[in-house]
Design a binder for this molecule. Structure first.
Ligand code: 0O2
Length: 204
């Protein structure tokens, strides 16, 4: 088997991801204890596969090396947080910004500025200080992580739209793209209504 693109740093990626996810779960628990409501519904994490990291390096014009995979591209570690209400996304981004262990490197608000196809999510790239050596030789090394935050509606839309990417030949492509766009707008409007209803309920 060929060596992993991440080289000897591969073994650190999963523990780094899991430690960060545990921190988010603890935060969710503490909010639940205080208020009776969770900030997020579920949380998933993945290490980008060797094959898709190699493909992404090539597509973005980087050499296929561990350095490109861990430094030029910043989504070897990916965490997705799925919430019920849009306000919870911004509550979570505030929490992540407040953490001492990480620095926000990049943020993209595809909720206020949806992509032309209708894609909505909040993306953060964070640089996290760890107990593991990094590719620059730092003992308490720095690793990058992409965090995607979405509502349940945005998440189910993105999963459906993602299926298009893997279809080589598809009938009615134009109609599907148009329908997806329409659906994304309708779901966004429902997300706004749900948020308004919740706010009204909470105000009593
Ligand atoms: P995978 O397999 O999901 O990880 P850039 O900052 O533009 O240089 P990048 O990484 O293309 O680089 O940024 P962007 O736009 O923030 O997208 C990162 C990830 O968001 C993608 O990862 C997808 O997971 C998700 N995403 C972005 N746009 C769309 C979209 O239109 N539809 C869906 N379903 N998902 C999207 P990868 O690396 O493409 O793949």
């Amino acid at each position: 088997m060929a060596d992993s693109i991440y080289g000897r740093y591969e073994e650190y990626l999963e523990p780094i991801m899991n430690q960060f996810m545990d921190r988010l779960k603890d935060y969710n628990q503490s909010i639940y204890r205080d208020t009776g409501f969770k900030v997020f519904e579920h949380l998933t994490g993945r290490i980008k596969s060797d094959e898709s990291m190699r493909e992404k390096c090539q597509r973005k014009g980087f050499e296929v090396t561990a350095h490109s995979a861990l430094r030029e591209l910043k989504d070897a570690i990916g965490i997705r947080i799925v919430v019920s209400f849009v306000d919870d996304i911004y509550k979570l981004t505030d929490y992540i910004r407040s953490l001492d262990c990480c620095k926000i490197v990049k943020e993209k608000d595809y909720i206020r500025h949806a992509k032309p196809n209708g894609y909505r999510s909040y993306h953060m790239i964070v640089e996290i200080q760890t107990e593991y050596e990094d590719i620059d030789g730092n003992v308490f090394g720095n690793y990058y992580m992409e965090i995607q935050l979405r509502t349940i509606a945005m998440d189910s839309w993105a999963s459906l739209e993602h299926q298009l990417k893997y279809k080589k030949h598809i009938n009615n492509q134009e109609l599907i793209v148009e329908e997806l766009r329409r659906c994304a707008d309708e779901l966004a409007s429902c997300d706004v209504s749900m948020q308004t209803i919740r706010t009204l309920i909470q105000q009593g």
